[in-house]
Design a protein around this ligand. Structure first.
Ligand SMILES: N[C@@H](CCC(=O)N[C@@H](CS)C(=O)NCC(=O)O)C(=O)O
Length: 209
């Protein structure tokens, strides 16, 4: 196997943390997004969507997208379970993962990608050059603030995002909250539940990656 990573990007960080939590060693190849290596012909052959993370299997197949990669790794390396210990818990993890990516991660990306100069005419990932829309900068910020408020409320009743166990949902939420610093959004002192959870998950060795 080989994991195509980019140390400066948030999406592959989810997979980095997942692999570390599984305690497995997978060879890594860095794809420097700042150098636009995702558009090299060779990388497009691996992933025509031009994004990382990508996992190359031993038979040469390429798996793209965090959720697909993590699902594969969960089946190959079941311990410790990071996607739920039973069918209901697995459904909860997937439900929260999707919610966190849609309402949190994509909200930050919406704001970030529409003002950073490097994303001019590249406001969305992939080979088509979509222009930036300045109005989305503020909308993304508002959606991110709402995401923080929703997570704070949710975490009042639960130690981790799903029940009392660390899962892929926590990984997705940690990456989304940390990514939000790029749009100058941080957890406020009043958001005590989110703060408590963030301190707890950030203390794990995998969070340093
Ligand atoms: N849904 C994908 C999203 C992957 C993604 O958007 N990756 C970004 C880095 S965070 C990327 O490769 N961007 C390339 C670009 O901006 O051209 C996943 O979860 O893996």
């Amino acid at each position: 196997m080989k994991f195509y990573d980019c140390k400066t990007a948030p999406s592959p960080r989810r997979v980095r943390i997942f692999i570390h939590e599984k305690g497995v060693e997978i060879p890594v190849e860095e794809v420097d997004l700042r150098q636009k290596k995702q558009f090299d012909t060779e990388f497009i052959r691996k992933n025509p969507r031009c994004t990382v993370p990508v996992l190359e299997l031993d038979d040469g197949e390429f798996i793209t997208d965090t959720l697909a990669i993590c699902s594969y790794l969960e089946c190959r390396f079941p311990e410790p379970p990071l996607m739920g210990g039973d069918p209901v818990q697995r459904a909860r993890v997937l439900m929260w993962y999707m919610r966190i990516v849609d309402d949190g991660f994509m909200a930050v990306a919406e704001s970030f990608r529409n003002f950073v100069k490097g994303f001019r005419n590249k406001a969305l990932t992939g080979q088509i050059g979509y222009p930036q829309i300045p109005d989305l900068v503020d909308r993304g910020r508002k959606r991110t603030a709402q995401f923080f408020a929703d997570m704070d409320q949710h975490l009042a009743n639960t130690e981790f995002v799903v029940d009392d166990v660390f899962t892929l949902a926590d990984i997705a939420a940690l990456v989304a909250v940390d990514f939000a610093t790029a749009i100058k959004t941080e957890i406020s002192d009043e958001q005590r539940n989110l703060k408590r959870w963030h301190a707890s998950v950030s203390a794990r060795p995998s969070a340093k990656l």
